[in-house]
Design a protein around this ligand. Sequence first.
Ligand code: COA
Length: 155
Amino acid sequence: MRVDIRPAIYSDCPKLAKIKLLARGENAEENSARFESELRYITAFLDERQSVFVQLIDRVPMAYCAVRESTIRPFVGWAYVKDLYVLPKWESKGFGKKLLMHTLRTMRGKGYMNAFLDCAEDNQRARKFYEKFGFEKRETAGSSGCGYVTYTIDF
Ligand SMILES: CC(C)(COP(=O)(O)OP(=O)(O)OC[C@H]1O[C@@H](n2cnc3c(N)ncnc32)[C@H](O)[C@@H]1OP(=O)(O)O)[C@@H](O)C(=O)NCCC(=O)NCCS
């Protein structure tokens, strides 16, 4: 089994939108409004030259991580991890950790020293994952507000 991680390109975007919807347990039909909306969202990352990393198994995308530079106080200039999604079939096998490590290492190489993210308060699985990874819960309100918790990490 060959595992690669590389920067995403435009032709990856439909696959990444699908990964996100499947990882969220949502309808991933290509003509649906949700699919179109996620496709626009992910494409905008590339338009704005933000960082998106795609993980592939045997050359097939199965996870991605999207990061942008934050303009949100008190995290201005930090790396803001917006999306981290692993296809359900590949969950709990260490791929999410590997992809996030790669992403943060790359961001450190670009000069970032801290990262943060918002996670749905009731997403216990992801919260455990981030806590085990080394993220710390931040009591200050983050960017997404009610129903979300903010986690930070220093590199
Ligand atoms: C959350 C998610 C990204 C984690 O990726 P993953 O590939 O399943 O996680 P990994 O297998 O890399 O787990 C890494 C570590 O976290 C731990 N972990 C993962 N889920 C856990 C859980 N529910 N409880 C305790 N520990 C957990 C693993 O045991 C592992 O620990 P180790 O490093 O000591 O072996 C992935 O499950 C996912 O895409 N979930 C659905 C979408 C989602 O919620 N995304 C986050 C939005 S904020």
